[in-house]
Ligand binder design. Structure first.
Ligand code: TXA
Ligand code: MG
Length: 330
């Protein structure tokens, strides 16, 4: 299968473009599209065969459920049971936006493989004109995980999607770089108080300002995860990634040590290290593309500088810990 990439940010062929994407999704195919967080790989969430193609293209384990994207709060409410007042308040406050709500799914609406046989479903309204245009035209809920090969860094550019999905999907809508760069906050509304399963751009404090106290999942610290996706290796480039405290003396010493063994080192940090073999910037917007750039070098080891003061809201640290499999350089 050849993979077509269509630029949509300059409104080129707008109607035609969307018609093509809508046609593919309605006939059970998959289309990659931009959201404000990362690019998604979308299929009709009511069609098990179509959803199966997403798992196949990504090489994603079947027990990891997908997020369903809809165009409005009203659409979301149609698909779930027992919507709490808190959930309604959060939809009003943060949608469209980077907050996924886990709620009880109405039976027999979504294909079983979307929810990995759970009784709950994760839903959000993405805040991106291309995603919203597509959703409004297709008039179906779209199941869409991040559009990367399973285990690799999420795509923040159409080029990243092309790299991972070439020959595997028919169409990529190119809306330019994604704004936020890190996946949505996932909040489980089926427990009381609600629980953050995955930290993201929408913070605990912002949510608490709307609905009062919530918790962070204990899984964030390596316990058996409730969010099935959290137990797998994630965001990892080829060379091993190590965390290191963002202290210039420590990092310089580490670079010297690695190079002393005849190996090449890439450093991801907010400040530059000219003595490193490769250096890439580290911020929420650049994290995934920097991890991907490491794969284009012959670095043997990747050091990521992280601040010594951290908290559970730190969604960049959460992703880095997974990319590094919690390894610290020593
Ligand atoms: O920003 C995002 O959320 C992006 C864009 C494309 O919308 N999507 C995304 O999807 O990150 P994905 O599939 O890569 O991550 C979904 C996360 C996984 O950790 C999954 O385990 C969790 O949400 N999840 C989905 N449904 C769930 C459910 N019913 N219960 C618990 N966790 C769920
Ligand atoms: Mg993902």
């Amino acid at each position: 299968m050849s993979t077509e990439v269509i630029l949509v940010d300059k409104n080129v062929n707008k109607e035609e473009t969307y018609a093509q994407a809508v046609g593919i999704i309605r006939s059970g195919g998959i289309v990659a599209f931009p959201t404000e967080t990362v690019y998604g790989l979308g299929a009709d969430a009511t069609n098990a065969e179509a959803v199966g193609k997403i798992f196949e293209a990504k090489g994603r384990p079947a027990d990891n459920p997908l997020i369903v994207h809809v165009d409005s709060k009203e659409a979301a409410i149609n698909y779930v049971d027992d919507v709490s007042d808190k959930a309604l308040k959060l939809m009003d406050a943060f949608w469209p936006g980077a907050l996924t709500l886990i709620m009880k799914s109405k039976p027999r609406i979504f294909a079983q493989n979307v929810t990995a046989d759970l009784e709950t479903v994760g839903i959000r309204v993405p805040n991106h004109p291309v995603a919203l245009n597509l959703l409004k035209r297709v008039q179906l809920p779209i199941a869409a995980p991040s559009a990367n090969t399973s285990g690799k860094p999420s795509p923040t550019l159409a080029e990243h999607v092309y790299h991972d999905m070439e020959q595997k999907i028919p169409l990529i809508l190119d809306g330019g770089p994604t704004k936020i760069g890190i996946e949505s906050t996932v909040l489980d509304m089926t427990s009381e108080p609600p629980v953050i399963l995955r930290p993201g751009n929408v913070t605990k404090e912002q949510i608490e300002n709307v609905i009062g106290t919530i918790r962070f999942s204990a899984d964030l610290h390596g316990n058996v995860p409730k969010s099935p996706g959290m137990k797998y290796t994630h965001y990892a480039p080829e060379a091993p990634v190590y965390l290191i405290e963002d202290d210039s003396k420590l990092i310089r010493k580490a670079i010297e040590h690695v190079q002393g063994k005849g190996k090449k080192v890439a450093v991801l940090s907010s400040t530059e290290y000219p003595e490193a073999d490769f250096h890439f910037p580290l911020s929420p917007e650049t994290l995934y593309s920097s991890l991907r750039k490491c794969d284009m070098t012959d670095a043997d080891l990747i050091l990521t500088g992280v601040p010594s003061e951290r908290d559970d809201n730190d969604f960049m640290m959460n992703r880095l810990e997974k990319a590094a499999d919690h390894k610290w350089f020593s």
